[in-house]
Design a protein. Sequence first.
Length: 186
Amino acid sequence: MTEYSFSKEILLRFYEEDSDLFRLLWGHSLQVAELAYRIARHFDGADLRFVQEAALLHDIGVIHTHAPSICCVGTEPYMRHGVIGAEMLRGLGMPRHALVCERHTGCGLTREDVIAGNLPLPHDRDFMPVSLEEQIICYADKFFSKSKPEGIKSLESVRRATAKFGDVQMARFEAMHARFGAYLND
């Protein structure tokens, strides 16, 4: 993947390369990028370079969140890492990459989901992956954990984790899996 250096340079504007958080984030992002690329190459018209870049940057906003178990010592709720990352990337003139940050949480969140759950996100819009590339990255992200970075999760494990968030999230995951699951082991 030639986009490693581009995306790493972007991350290093905000992270210390020798920090535990950067190592954890970079390892997770590499895993997501590799799976997303493997899936995306099966779809005509998928922007493979963008998939690599955006997958490597999708969690850039975690630096400002509070999740000590994964080395995040900021003050914002972890749920906000996507919108924070989107703001960071928009500030760098990367609006398309910003959308991936904003739209990868869970299996996507509608405005109604945000309001009903009183989630710490803007209540004025949806956070659903729209483009093919956004959907692929969102799906690939479900198979890797920052807290347990040892490897790809099993489909059963992803389903169990998703089911904890209710039937709507489960249905969204199953729709993504129906579209992309054939390429998980490719």
